[in-house]
Design a protein around this ligand. Structure first.
Ligand code: NAD
Ligand code: G6P
Ligand code: MN
Ligand code: MN
Length: 433
């Protein structure tokens, strides 16, 4: 039987993970699941952990669930480690979203200054986890969701000795689901050729029963009712002429780059009227945990779909399943490029369709990205590499460099102001600075 460890086990997404493991139990015989959290997350861990125990019991599946605050104890001889933690909790996210807005810059948890600061807080912790893995379960696969997932995967590839790592996100699955829904067809008939970076991924082509329907999809996406977005991203309408010129399906997050002004205006409005997304999520979480406490609940409640990350744990379960069974199916994941996208360094992380084998994801070569998106994608990759270096070294100048080269930050002067204010605001979670 397998041993799985989930770090950040108190996450409200954990029931989705459990549901995924229950569904696949026949082919994925998990013996032990360890949910790990920290002292501040103890209460959430207990509530969600008890729901997890009720879920496996009701399903009649003999997975032994352990709750612990002791990461090292949990990691001993693990086969798979999944990570879904939030350093500084939602209060830190709130600062990432609010501070940039004061300077008329996008405030978002994985893009722009917010993404940088979340990376600076998260990377030292994930690298510590990597060192624990090396010591306690050197053969384990690390499946990371912790955002900013692209930058975090980049940091692991460059600054740890772990090679068995995969970064995961629900954006590609979400795009595929929405395309199928828009066309009114079964998801299994749709195939999307994904390539790019995390939260910067494009559908370079899309097929229905093997026939390209990209033009039709791009046309439909121009209809404001089909804006194709995630729960956490305002569904500002796309311009149809622009979409047709782009000739690739953008992900929801591309709006921050191609519609910066509209997105900023929307963020400012929302922050004044309902608070930033962190505040909305705090409310959603409160409701979710009230539900989770109910002793009569022993399934994943549908309300979880209000979270932007809906289905992301399901992606983890299919990935683990395919690695374990050497399935050879195609899944879009974050992995070492190895030449799959020509203009991105070999040793960098990309989000691309891969064949999933027992030796991990094998990226499918796409040649190169269209010239008109290559520049933006490479800017983000430069930003991620520089940010990871700043996170590891605690070098202020590197952090300033990362902030300034981010395409959402207009100048070095503003970069410095935002950086100084954010480093101060996040001081307790930035021991390296
Ligand atoms: P959350 O605020 O509920 O945090 C999850 C848990 O992490 C909490 O219980 C918290 O106590 C715990 N935690 C914090 N620091 C920890 C540490 N050092 N070690 C162990 N546990 C720690 O967050 P969430 O909304 O469940 O999201 C978790 C993470 O997953 C975030 O980084 C979020 O951005 C990311 N996420 C990614 C995707 C994706 O597409 N990859 C989707 C959704 C969420
Ligand atoms: C998805 C992303 C995640 C992100 C999440 C936010 O769009 O893929 O990476 O963290 O949603 O969801 P939330 O409900 O926390 O705002
Ligand atoms: Mn994501
Ligand atoms: Mn310092």
């Amino acid at each position: 039987g397998l041993k799985i460890v989930t770090i950040g086990g108190g996450s409200s997404y954990t029931p989705e993970l459990i549901e995924g493991f229950i569904k696949r139990y026949g082919e994925l015989p998990i013996r032990e699941l360890w949910l790990v959290d920290i002292d501040r997350g103890k209460e959430k861990l207990e509530i969600v952990g008890n729901l997890a125990k009720r879920m496996v019991k009701k399903a009649g599946v003999p997975i032994d669930i352990h709750l612990t605050l002791n990461r090292k104890e949990a990691l001993k001889d693990a086969d798979f480690v999944t990570t879904q933690f939030r350093v500084g909790l939602l209060d830190a996210r709130k600062k990432d979203e609010e501070i940039p807005l004061k300077y008329n810059v996008i405030g978002q948890e994985t893009n722009g200054p917010g993404g940088l600061l979340k990376g600076l807080r998260t990377i030292p912790v994930i690298l510590e986890i990597c060192r624990d893995i090396e010591e306690l379960c050197p053969n384990a696969w690390l499946i990371n969701f912790t955002n900013p997932a692209g930058m975090v995967t980049e940091a692991i590839l460059r600054h740890s000795s772990i090679t068995k790592v995969v970064g995961l996100c629900n954006v590609p699955i979400g795009m595929k689901m929405k395309i199928a829904e828009m066309l009114g067809v079964e998801q299994s008939r749709v195939h999307v050729q994904f390539a790019g970076l995390n939260h910067m991924v494009f559908g370079l082509d899309v097929f229905l029963d093997g026939v390209s329907i990209k033009e039709k999809v791009l046309k439909e996406m121009g209809n404001p009712e089909n804006a194709m977005t995630m729960k956490n991203i305002a569904g500002v309408a796309w311009d149809s002429d622009f979409l047709q010129a782009l000739n690739a399906i953008p992900c929801g997050y591309h709006r921050y780059y191609y519609k910066t002004d509209e997105m900023l205006a929307e963020e400012i409005r929302a922050s004044q009227e309902e608070g930033t997304r962190a505040e909305v999520v705090k409310e959603l979480e409160k409701d979710l945990f009230e539900l989770y406490k109910d002793e009569n609940l022993s399934i994943k409640p549908p309300q979880l779909e209000k979270r932007g990350g809906a289905y992301y744990s399901d992606a983890a379960c299919s990935l683990i399943h395919s690695i374990y069974t050497d399935k050879g199916d195609i899944q879009p994941v974050n992995t070492r490029n190895n030449g799959a996208i020509a203009s991105i360094p070999y040793d960098s992380a990309v989000e691309v369709n891969c064949v999933i084998t027992k030796d991990g994801p094998k990226p499918i070569a796409v040649g190169d990205l269209p010239v008109h998106v290559r520049g933006l994608v490479n800017s983000i990759k430069s930003f991620e590499i520089t940010a990871a270096e700043a996170a590891v070294s605690g070098d202020y100048k590197k952090a300033l460099l990362a902030m300034t080269i981010n395409p959402l930050v207009p100048s070095d002067t503003i970069a410095k102001k935002i950086l100084d204010e954010m480093l101060e605001a996040h001081r307790e979670n930035l021991p390296q600075f």
